[in-house]
Ligand binder design. Sequence first.
Ligand code: ADP
Length: 325
Amino acid sequence: MKDKVLALLKEQNEYISGEEISNRLGVTRAGVWKNINKLKEEGYHIESSTKKGYHLINTPDILTHAELSNIIHTEILGKNICCYEEVDSTNQTVKVLARQGAKEGTVVIADKQLMGKGRLGKTWESPSGTGIWMSILLRPNIIPAQASQLTLLAGLNMCEAIQRVTGLECKIKWPNDIVVNGKKVCGILTEMSAELDRINYVILGIGVNVNTKSFPTELSHATSLSIAGGKDYLRRYIVKEFLQLFETDYMRYKDEKSIEIFLERYRASCITLHNHVKVIAAEREYIAYTKDIGQDGSLIVIDEEGGEKSVFSGEVSVRGIYGYI
Ligand code: ADP
């Protein structure tokens, strides 16, 4: 009922009387008042006047089903969108849904993660009201070895989405971190369930620092779009832009079963290329020169002995020689 009251307020875009809401939705006046109060608690700025009724003045930066489904016009990604105030981890929530047979494109978004996950067992800081903490369920018909290519594609699309919505210059730190002014604004964690030659499902977990104002000292390499741009952004428009861009490219990827056609765009945005970096693998760390992105999405480097090798994203972290980027 709350969403229906909201829809009416939006449709009217002016004062609408309690009586009219009550008649149109078949609820009592007290019911209308209760739902208006719930909306106010969520942060909607609604003016009330005993004579004229209610007028929606401002919509807050909240990631709710009502706000997202209103603006996202996709066929698959986000058709089923589940929004939570708080979860342990959005990847974990999607995993449960996937096991229950949830459809491809199911999206879970939380305002806050209590145990946000990063790659290689690391944690991801996900405070309330500031970021986009989102996971997407995919069921592509590709071999497990290719799953990391989806992470590259999602990174590319998020980079483009942020750029379109904020106008900020974003770069991709291979494989899928997004950096602005040399600091990290977005990380992506891909998890999958697979047989030897077949994927059951892939979960793409994406974290974007949107309106974060400060970070703990141990995250000195992190920044937010708001810090970089000097103003706040509405998170829902970044979600919308990303899901729309990613849906188009994901469909093409599923047809082609290859990342090749996207590499031109990826290389153009990649900050990691043609640089000296530190490659941190489980068994050793070494300095290497980053030569190219391979057809399979791997990072082609030349190590200190002059040997060329392909580095695969699941196994390593890449850092700048003097810092994170
Ligand atoms: P990597 O940086 O090795 O590719 P991830 O992308 O999974 O790994 O990110 C995990 C790392 O990111 C953590 O080790 C932590 O240092 C850092 N981190 C955690 N939360 C945030 C955040 N909100 N913004 C930026 N960086 C973060």
